[in-house]
Design a protein around this ligand. Sequence first.
Ligand SMILES: Cc1cc2nc3c(=O)[nH]c(=O)nc-3n(C[C@H](O)[C@H](O)[C@H](O)COP(=O)(O)OP(=O)(O)OC[C@H]3O[C@@H](n4cnc5c(N)ncnc54)[C@H](O)[C@@H]3O)c2cc1C
Length: 341
Amino acid sequence: MFDYLTIIMVFKENFSIKRINTFGVDAKSNRYIKISKTSDLINVLKSNDLPIRIVGGGSNVLWTKDFNGLTIHIANKGISIIKETSKKVVVEVQSGENWHDFVIWSINNGYGGLENLSLIPGYVGAAPIQNIGAYGVELADVFISCSTIEINTLKQKQFNYSECNLDYRDSIFKNENKGEYIITSIILVLTKNGFHKLNTDYDEIKSIIGKEMPTPKNISDAVIKIRLSKLPNPEKVGNCGSFFKNPIISKSFFKKLKSRYHEIPNYTSKNDVKIPAAWLIDNLNLKGYRVGDAGIDENHALVLVNYGNASGKEILKLANEIITKVKFVYGIKLIPEVNIW
Ligand SMILES: Cc1cc2nc3c(=O)[nH]c(=O)nc-3n(C[C@H](O)[C@H](O)[C@H](O)COP(=O)(O)OP(=O)(O)OC[C@H]3O[C@@H](n4cnc5c(N)ncnc54)[C@H](O)[C@@H]3O)c2cc1C
């Protein structure tokens, strides 16, 4: 398939994906290649005739079976400032950079905008796929564009902000253009000292910062502290963070739900209401529920975990059981945030 002499990259056959997914499940990919240069990526795509899967940090995918195709691990690195004024910087980051390392780079340089997104696992290239978000901020708040390669035509295309349709844990790359483009870099705009727009809306962040003046650094430190105390470390217990999206329901349906569950938390906007999926699951006393090595985390009802040797199929079975129970009791259909493969 490939010319082994001209392509000097990590190429493997019958590859175990256990070490490239944070759930730590095992399955085989017929072929695997790790690519650090966009030009190599194009060469590989040119000579490939197998189905393709793209992975970064593997922190948002659940492999449920072997893959008879080519898994491409994106590893191109580099951060460059492409424009700078007294108020802001425009930065281009290559897809294979680790997201959190990039956030720390921005904070060490005094730039603002990414602090609330500290410690989200994974690579930069996946960030637009589900418009990553945490603690009141999402990628969309700083996003300008991304560069891509269209898998079928090998043409390079830039998607600007509005073309990406970034929404709550969603984008064009999870819908109309699912599986069609490889993101090679993203461009973001960050603020400089004196022009930061810091978000300390979350009570937990406020209480850690206390009376200190908020800065990108102390917000990032607070977010890291909160996340370390709440979320299981994938290096110790396999997981992909939140397994389900928070459901968004109509105001009239919420009214009915509220009459049955007075204490139900909610984030009401002009047109609809977002309900924490964690509350729906926790209220069914499912925290800590376990079937073999697949379970629901003891501290966080939204996080499904692999206690050791669970297969992707077993974790998916547990997820489906939760979906059925939540639908039966509340009439709400939970949608997975994690990509099921
Ligand atoms: C402990 C924990 C906490 C988390 N907390 C959060 C959180 O607070 N907020 C949040 O939004 N997410 C969170 N996540 C989910 C996850 O970290 C993010 O979705 C992250 O952006 C996934 O990056 P990745 O590189 O691991 O993507 P992968 O899992 O490798 O891939 C995810 C999807 O993106 C596609 N993809 C990856 N790279 C590319 C590329 N270069 N071009 C095209 N497609 C690509 C893949 O094909 C796949 O469909 C958490 C996960 C864990 C384990």
